[in-house]
Design a binder for this molecule. Structure first.
Ligand code: HEC
Ligand code: HEC
Ligand code: HEC
Ligand code: HEC
Length: 381
């Protein structure tokens, strides 16, 4: 599903801003002095100079007035659904909102608080695609291979395996519902977003056929594997990301997995029913058949580096996020937690904006973190 919508999204991303954003907004009619009085009621959260002290509360000083006014209106109409802000604008008229926007826009300093340490990309290596996943999987490489193509027959290859399946498998290890204490131990310390990074990384690698086809008869395996085709694909390259790809996996691993479904050591009701009546001979033939099939790489694009992402964002939000176009909010120096939350809301479709949805729906959790960290660290001149 992600891949189908990819083209639409990329098309939108690559469109010049002028085409996608037709009408210039009317200049703000707000009065700064009147806005200053209103701003007193905002200070508890946004700070007296609009440099808030609280993570997650956006800076307002120096933001474009037209954008601030639009944001306030969105809280008023319910288009943006933050309870604190809905309460804050409840008593404000259209003119009050224009006044407050004009006042905050007139303030110079956008950001007073240093960004939270720790998440910014620091070195050139950190800017490479899959940098986070490569670090996390350094300890997995000894068994699964550096690019997920395992050379040990009993250890499954992960390269080119569906990311949804890999995520589910790792969550099963984490919950302790699958596998030996060993694999559980490797996966337990990982967070959900690290698991997502790892799954996406391995899924994007080019799979190699195992060198280990076993002793079964691959020709006999064609007939014996017929009932499996509806889920795993005729040649073991399944198209549904919930069903693992079997093509090219080693015969040893396939046989062990089938045996574990049979005995119930690996718990899965669907797979148990599928294999419980298979004879050992059939299992060996099926394993030989899949092991000799060529695994197909998945159509997963390489993730963008920070530089590649920000080149796209900056077309609207300005160089380093210092937007000079009143239609697009300034991102430079904005509160890091707020930026991450805002992108997350667009990504989920909760904060509704077609452009920002198209820009963000392909992002992984770590893309969101990295971009928020990047923009929080830029400075308005
Ligand atoms: C109780 C705390 C609180 C008060 C009081 C408050 N705000 Fe906010 N404000 C927030 C939070 C939290 C957000 C982020 C909400 C979100 O994620 O949509 C926010 C967001 C905003 C935004 C959107 C900024 C952006 O970059 O999109 C504007 C504009 C804003 N506030 C203006 C005001 C004004 C004007 C007042 C006073 C009339 C005010 N706020 C009072 C907590 C508060
Ligand atoms: C000491 C060797 C070893 C190391 C190190 C190791 N694994 Fe494994 N891994 C295995 C074996 C063996 C299996 C098969 C176990 C089973 O059937 O449950 C496996 C299974 C898996 C599977 C399930 C694959 C499938 O097709 O169902 C995933 C996903 C996985 N490992 C990810 C990882 C990750 C991520 C790391 C590093 C954080 C890692 N492994 C480290 C040996 C290892
Ligand atoms: C109705 C759909 C369906 C059918 C039919 C089916 N499978 Fe599966 N298969 C699955 C799902 C879903 C999983 C993942 C289960 C899990 O999480 O353990 C799976 C997992 C597997 C695995 C483990 C792969 C790995 O990387 O660990 C093997 C091996 C396998 N199936 C073989 C077969 C064989 C052989 C047949 C036919 C006899 C078959 N399957 C029929 C849905 C199906
Ligand atoms: C085609 C123009 C365009 C592009 C490209 C674009 N944005 Fe936006 N962005 C907007 C508009 C318009 C808004 C205001 C939408 C709204 O009112 O909710 C916005 C809002 C935002 C906000 C919310 C700011 C706030 O104060 O609440 C963030 C964060 C953001 N964009 C980040 C990004 C990132 C990161 C990228 C690149 C991956 C990006 N944008 C690319 C047009 C764009």
């Amino acid at each position: 599903m992600r891949y189908k919508t990819l083209m639409t999204a990329m098309a939108l991303c690559l469109m010049p801003a002028a085409v996608t954003w037709a009408a210039q907004q009317a200049p703000s009619s707000g009065h700064i002095a009147a806005g200053k009085a209103i701003a007193k009621t905002c200070a508890a959260c946004h700070g007296t100079t609009a440099a808030s002290e609280k993570a997650g509360v956006p800076y307002l000083a120096g933001q474009h007035a037209s954008y601030l006014e639009k944001a306030l209106t969105a809280y008023k109409t319910g288009a943006r659904s933050n309870k604190a802000m809905q309460a804050a604008v409840a008593g404000l008229s259209k003119q009050d909102m224009a006044d407050a926007a004009a006042y905050f826009a007139s303030l110079k300093s956008f950001s007073a608080r240093p960004p939270q340490p720790g998440q910014a990309p620091k070195t050139e290596a950190d800017r490479q695609p899959f940098a986070a996943a490569r670090k996390l999987t350094a300890m997995c490489a000894g068994c699964h291979g550096e690019d997920g193509n395992s050379e040990m027959p009993a250890t499954p290859s992960l390269a080119g395996q569906h990311d949804a399946y890999l995520m589910a498998a790792m969550q099963d290890y984490r919950k302790g519902t699958r596998g030996e204490p060993m694999m559980q131990g490797f996966v337990k310390p990982l967070s959900l977003s690290q698991i997502e990074d790892i799954a996406y990384f391995y899924a994007a690698m080019v799979p190699k056929k195992s060198a280990s086809p076993g002793k079964g008869d691959p020709l006999a395996g064609i007939a014996a594997s017929a009932p499996c085709a509806s889920c795993h694909g005729v040649d073991g390259n399944s198209s549904d990301a919930k069903n693992p790809r079997l093509a090219g996996l080693s015969a040893e691993y396939l046989i062990a997995a089938i045996d574990e479904y049979k005995t119930g050591k690996r718990k899965n009701a669907v797979m148990h029913d599928q294999v419980v009546t298979l004879r050992d001979r059939d299992v060996a033939d099926i394993a030989a058949y899949y092991a000799t099939k060529q695994p197909r790489a998945l159509p997963i694009r390489k993730p963008l580096t920070v530089g590649e992402w920000t080149a796209r964002c900056n077309r609207c939000h300005g160089a380093k996020g210092v937007s000079t176009d009143p239609r697009f909010p300034v991102l430079a120096g904005q509160d890091e937690a707020y930026l991450a939350k805002a992108i997350e809301l667009y990504h989920r479709g909760t904060r509704k904006n077609a452009l920002m949805y198209a820009m963000s729906f392909l992002m992984t959790k770590s893309d969101i973190k990295t971009l928020a960290a990047y923009y929080a660290r830029q400075r308005k001149p």
